[in-house]
Design a protein around this ligand. Structure first.
Ligand code: SAH
Length: 344
């Protein structure tokens, strides 16, 4: 059955034609799906009953089942565990900021990138998410909270650029007219650095922010933390980022997770400055979230601030990311893993 929530409006119009129905019905259905966030065809009360029955026979309406919601007592961050139609579970996060609500979504079930400090990749990749499955994380969270979602970050489990076509369709449905219509400038896609896909994304004429998971300032160090670096050299990654900025005018965000004794020395800071200085960028420093499967430790707070000051002094935009939701398995993939452990 066709996944109706992944269809664009023109595609839905073509479907109505195929069913021998009126074209304007497509607009109504699209609005029910993407603006009123209907979970069932039966909620679509402006459609004739006969059409609703026909839709039930012909289309799959993807709706994620909320398995668990954990709310942080420290900062109100909520972590959601959702079950997909095929039984897999994924996680998403709602973060409340002064400037609005942000949702962090997963793009794949598991991940095959193998970053050493990340819990999402430990069980490998199951599959990529469909556009509807990415959208519905946001839709269900918006309905649950009763508040509008302002920002979306594709920074949960999975490598979004390893699920490229579905990601692009998702982005167009999310930011296009007639749906939630979230501004492209309020959407961030985070990648471990798949160079050809970054270049391809630069050509799509989108205004989204690209976040690049850097985590090291030399090719050798990066290779030891991120296997993807075996495939794409650091210099090529930086070039692709420069290209993204040239094409889109959007400043790159570099994610740098500080790992105690591994990438947090003075020399690391100096090398990082040399590497990113020529670019128009922003650096997010994130104290690594230790996972029980690995023995990486966090950089001490004092050293984190030191590292930040060094970058700042040389004129680089930098912030230390607050670690939201530490008390609720906040790190990438931790909640899903502990849930699956329990199930086993
Ligand atoms: N695959 C994409 C998006 C998902 S990961 C990417 O690599 O960017 C989102 C961010 O969290 C990445 O920067 C990733 O390196 C980082 N991350 C993953 N596990 C982490 C951990 N345990 N501590 C700190 N950052 C982590």
């Amino acid at each position: 059955m066709t996944d109706i929530k992944s269809l664009t409006l023109p595609e839905l119009q073509a479907e109505m034609e195929r069913l021998g129905d009126k074209k304007f019905r497509a607009g109504q259905i699209y609005q029910w799906l993407h603006e009123k966030l209907a979970d069932e065809f039966d909620e679509m009360s402006s459609l004739p009953k006969s059409l609703r029955e026909r839709l039930k026979e012909e289309y799959e309406l993807v709706r994620l089942e909320t398995v668990q919601v954990q709310q942080s007592k420290q900062d109100g961050t909520c972590k959601f565990l959702f079950r997909l139609p095929d039984g897999h579970v994924i996680e998403s996060v709602l973060m409340k900021y002064h400037h609005g609500n942000s949702v962090c979504i997963s793009s794949q079930v598991g991940c095959r990138m193998g970053c050493r400090f990340c819990a999402s990749t430990l069980g490998g990749l199951e599959r990529g998410l469909r556009p509807s499955e990415m959208l519905d994380q946001i839709y269900q969270i918006q309905k649950w909270s009763g508040e509008r979602v302002h920002n979306v970050v594709v920074m949960g489990t999975g490598e979004p650029l390893d699920n490229y076509d579905a990601l692009l369709r998702f982005l167009r449905l999310l930011t296009g007219e007639g749906g939630l219509h979230i501004s492209q400038r309020n959407v961030t896609v985070s990648t471990c650095g798949i160079v050809p896909r970054i270049r391809q994304l630069a050509e799509e004429t989108l205004q989204i922010t690209l976040a690049l998971s850097l985590h090291a300032s030399s090719q050798e160090k990066r290779k030891s933390l991120m296997p993807v670096a075996n495939q794409y050299e650091l210099a090529g990654v930086i070039d692709a980022c420069r290209y993204y900025f040239e094409k889109t005018g959007r400043r790159i965000t570099f994610e740098y997770s500080l790992v105690g004794g591994i990438n947090d020395t003075d020399e690391d800071a100096a090398e990082l400055i040399r590497l990113v200085k020529p670019l128009n960028c922003h650096i997010n420093l994130i104290p690594v979230n230790p996972i029980k499967e690995r023995d990486y430790v966090q950089t001490e707070r004092r050293k984190v601030v030191d590292f930040k000051n060094k970058l700042e002094k040389s004129g680089i935009n930098v912030s230390i990311r607050r670690e939201l939701g530490r008390d609720i398995d906040g790190a990438c993939g931790q909640l899903r893993r502990s849930y699956m452990d329990q199930e086993r």
